[in-house]
Design a binder for this molecule. Sequence first.
Ligand SMILES: C[S@@+](CC[C@H](N)C(=O)[O-])C[C@H]1O[C@@H](n2cnc3c(N)ncnc32)[C@H](O)[C@@H]1O
Length: 209
Amino acid sequence: MGLVRKFFNQTRKPEGFLGRLMLSGMSFGHASVADWAMSLLNIPEPLEIVELGCGNGRDAGELLKKYPGSKVTAVDYSPLSVERTKRTNKKMLEAGRIKVLDDDVSNLKLEHEKFDLATAFETIYFWPGLERCFENVKKILKPGGRFMVVMESNGQDKIIQWFKKRIDGMNTYSEEEIEKALRAAGFSKIEANHKKSIGATWLMLLAEK
Ligand SMILES: C[S@@+](CC[C@H](N)C(=O)[O-])C[C@H]1O[C@@H](n2cnc3c(N)ncnc32)[C@H](O)[C@@H]1O
């Protein structure tokens, strides 16, 4: 596998030296889409938030700033992402506002009906079996809890197809496919937001349990 391909494959599960580099670059790549999506979140302050596929932990920290009364459980199946998220949020970790766990969305060990809000920024491309993973998210949400899915592409943009060709095991989804999987997993009141960006359309879906 060539170096470029090896590097981009680190988005799926960051590991080793290239994984560290990728985690450092993720904030640069994803911050604007994540901030746009969070600015649209107009819900009562969620007391318990779970941030799924937390990567370098930047978005977990932003959620803690947006909701000063909340606690975040950040989850990733990459031990490197777990370590980096702890480092990014060192003060919040010491203050007891964040927990960071090594866990897999396809087999979550988290307590059921605990969370008011679940977030997934730029990660569902790698979840094995969207509907089954969404069902797992539903289990850990309280009744009426929300699930926010954020992607910097609507699944059809050329840029996402470019990444898909270079990242093993990556899936791309249209808005309709995500909505269908959310409904099949038992979510309702699905709200979709879009923003045109350079060469792509950003997507934020908010669903209710
Ligand atoms: C492209 S990165 C995005 C990270 C971060 N959310 C962001 O927007 O910058 C995808 C992250 O999801 C994690 N991930 C992928 N599949 C996962 C799964 N099944 N369970 C938990 N984490 C997963 C990866 O390890 C990686 O850290």
